[in-house]
Design a protein around this ligand. Structure first.
Ligand code: IMP
Length: 431
């Protein structure tokens, strides 16, 4: 019963799309288990870059079954748009399966996401404004609308009436925003039911049967460890369980079904949105990493904040996800810098933190001093054509080995460029 959970080991945008795309041909199923269209996974089809936000990256492989699990929040407008976009690019979504229990993002969730951010002002989270938080809030509050509800007009109408009774008051009285009518939403959303009907399934049963048949499953995480609702830098997080533990709950398999956990981490680190970031570089080196690394959001186009690799975070990610392997991405970007720094611990108020600190106030720039080790770089050496570890310059090899030592997890995949073939495999096996 082999299966792999692939997770972001930083604040998202680690290059999960490329790695999923690379290894998905080894898997019979690729399952999204959390998040929604706040994700942006770039995949390459016939040399063309495509951005997937909701559909599992496995859709690119015709032999694979892409599954949207119960833990995902689905915006049907985005789903419809993505199905069309894929069709235009000659990619079939016929095999796509959507859990009957996944929750639906409604138009009022999107309106509330924007309104709540505005209300927070300078304390805003910096959300993608796709309605993710408000949809999960309704799920936890037991007032959400699920995929299966959408397919039954009577139930859908009833649930919508109950929801709007409250939501409209919040929109109007608290935020002074326009309200929604039941008929207006039904008119737009009922046609989506027809689109979704052939894809809807009890995905827990489907996946457990697949495991019994010795099929290989890849759970494709979105966002990253530090954006996890429980383990991230709360409240500057997303509203789902992005860590490996989210895969069983977000898909309906038991934890014993997971045999490997592959953490994806950049050779440096980035973050979008607000929140603490101990190794952030607000200088020309940060600018350089952003420019060379093309650090702009796939979904929002926002400029990502850049910083040095943080081994404290990586060790924490190794623990909370039980990482068995790491895929190190964008190593080629470091060819742009002279000396490379690695944060090995933090210092705050005279205390050294080798582990992720309990109190997140420690992580803020006014309190934290990252303790760095410096390693010589390989500036100017183009490593994008390296295909084995031994091809890498000695300093690049030393950097990877140093990170492995710091984290205690093997780096079995190393990406040296955006293309599929710009990858070094170092003992990775999907089983
Ligand atoms: P939300 O998920 O839209 O509610 O946004 C919450 C936080 O997570 C914000 O800081 C976003 O920038 C961040 N976030 C959400 N999705 C992604 C992602 O795919 N990559 C990186 N950051 C993300």
């Amino acid at each position: 019963m082999p299966s792999t959970v692939l997770v972001g080991a930083q604040w998202g945008d680690e290059g999960k799309g490329k790695i999923t795309d690379l290894i998905s041909s080894d898997y019979d199923y690729v399952v999204r288990f959390q998040g929604g269209n706040n994700a942006g996974h770039t995949v390459i089809a016939d040399g063309k870059k495509l951005a997937l936000r909701l559909t599992p990256s496995g859709v690119m492989n015709p032999a694979c079954v892409p599954v949207i699990g119960n833990g995902v929040v689905v915006d049907p407008r985005v789903l419809a748009g993505e199905i069309d976009m894929l069709a235009e690019n000659g990619i079939s979504t016929e095999k796509l399966v959507i859990s009957c229990d996944a929750h639906v993002i409604m138009p009022y969730h999107i309106a509330l996401d924007g309104a709540q951010e505005m209300r927070l002002g300078k304390h805003e989270i910096g959300t993608t404004k796709n309605g993710i938080g408000p949809a999960y809030k309704d799920k936890a509050g037991r007032t959400g609308i699920r995929i299966q509800d959408l397919l039954d007009e009577k139930i859908f109408r009833e649930k919508l009436e109950t929801a709007l009774e409250y939501k409209n008051q919040v929109l109007e009285k608290i935020y002074g925003l326009p309200t929604f009518t039941v008929d207006q939403i039904l008119e737009e959303y009922l046609p989506y039911a027809d689109l979704i009907r052939p894809h809807m399934a009890e995905t827990a049963q489907l996946l457990n049967e697949a495991l019994r048949a010795d099929k290989n499953i890849l759970f494709e995480g979105a966002q990253g460890t530090l954006l996890d609702i429980d383990h991230g830098t709360y409240p500057f997080v997303t509203s789902s369980s992005c860590c490996a533990g989210g895969a069983p709950t977000g898909s309906g398999v038991g934890p014993k079904a997971v045999t490997k956990v592959l953490g994806i981490t950049k050779a440096y680190i980035t973050r979008v949105g607000s929140g603490p970031f101990p190794t952030e570089l607000k200088d020309e080196t940060g600018e350089l990493l952003g420019q060379v690394g093309g650090e702009f959001g796939v979904v929002t186009g926002r400029k990502r904040r850049c910083g040095w690799f943080d081994a404290v975070i990586a060790r924490y990610a190794a623990d909370v996800n039980s990482l068995t392997d790491i895929a190190l991405t964008k190593l080629d970007v470091l060819s742009a810098v002279d000396t490379i720094k690695i944060c090995v611990a933090y210092e705050a108020d005279g205390v050294r933190y080798d582990y992720f600190p309990m109190q997140h106030s420690v992580l803020y720039p006014k309190n934290v001093t990252p303790i760095y080790e410096e390693l010589p770089g390989w500036k100017g050496e183009d490593i994008t054509a390296c295909r084995s570890f031994e091809d890498l310059p000695a300093n690049a090899q030393a950097y990877v080995q140093y990170l492995e030592e710091m984290i205690g997890v093997p780096m079995s995949i190393i990406a040296v460029g955006p293309d599929r073939e710009q990858t070094i495999f170092r003992g990775w096996s999907s089983r």
